[in-house]
Design a protein around this ligand. Sequence first.
Ligand SMILES: Nc1ncnc2c1ncn2[C@@H]1O[C@H](COP(=O)(O)OP(=O)(O)O)[C@@H](O)[C@H]1O
Ligand SMILES: [Mg+2]
Length: 293
Amino acid sequence: MLVVENVSKQYGNFQVLNSIQLEFQNGIYGLLAPNGAGKTTLIKMLATLMFPTKGEILYNGTNIVHLDDKYRDVLGYLPQHFGYYKNYSPEKYLFYLAALKGLNKSTAKQRIKELLTLVGLEDVRHKKMKKFSGGMIQRVGIAQAMLNDPKILILDEPTAGLDPKERSRFRKILTSLARDRIIILSTHIVSDVESIANQIIMMKDKKILYKDTVADISNQLKGMLFETQVSLTEGDQFRANYQIIGERQERGKLFFRFVAEQKQDESWIEISPTLEDVFLHVYEDDQTLAGSM
Ligand SMILES: Nc1ncnc2c1ncn2[C@@H]1O[C@H](COP(=O)(O)OP(=O)(O)O)[C@@H](O)[C@H]1O
Ligand SMILES: [Mg+2]
């Protein structure tokens, strides 16, 4: 079990995380928040690339800093900006990393073969990576993070720049890896984690806002989410009165999806909230959202 115990992080005087408390058991965790919320900061501390200003991170009861190499042996990490060698093939690159990690040659050979199959790159294993699409590179990224068959796999924004098909493929690979390990995946895109995460962790104002299942977080808006239609001239008034989650114009009418404390008009239709609705609701006025979409 991995425990983040009362962790705070400051860069100089600038505080990014404040008293973070988290527990991870085996399963997939989606760390979901807009850009600038502190996801990478938290992940770098989980990967021992940075250290908390206050608090500690424990793996099976021991501070990961003290575990040192013993912790890194069970850790797999895909950074947000993943450096690879464009002129290497995935196979050559993985052999190179396996050597750095001290895997013996026959173990490495077997493992690399399995991983290239897992991520669907066996056919291109000898091709130079400079010809690869973003999705293919990210699959190399998963393979390198999985070299040591880690108990903790941490992926920082692994789907950035992938097309919908590549995202879907990525989700399938992760699901297949989720047994018997902790997978922590950060993203600012709801659909990346909605269908695969056992738990979603949402961060806001330097703190953990929610750590719960998709269903339970979605329920935060239960009874408060509605749809209705108004005439074009009433649009501005309506926007001023309610938090709009979505709107569209159709046949000379405005259709709003919006949040209200309770049903106030017969014409309103209550709808079932999704994680995306809660995400938009929670971060509506969030400064960190600016420029992230
Ligand atoms: N090395 C650093 N020095 C100073 N500020 C930083 C540093 N790294 C990140 N920040 C700031 O900390 C905040 C959180 O950044 P980050 O952890 O990268 O968030 P996220 O990954 O959620 O986008 C941002 O305001 C960012 O500008
Ligand atoms: Mg980040």
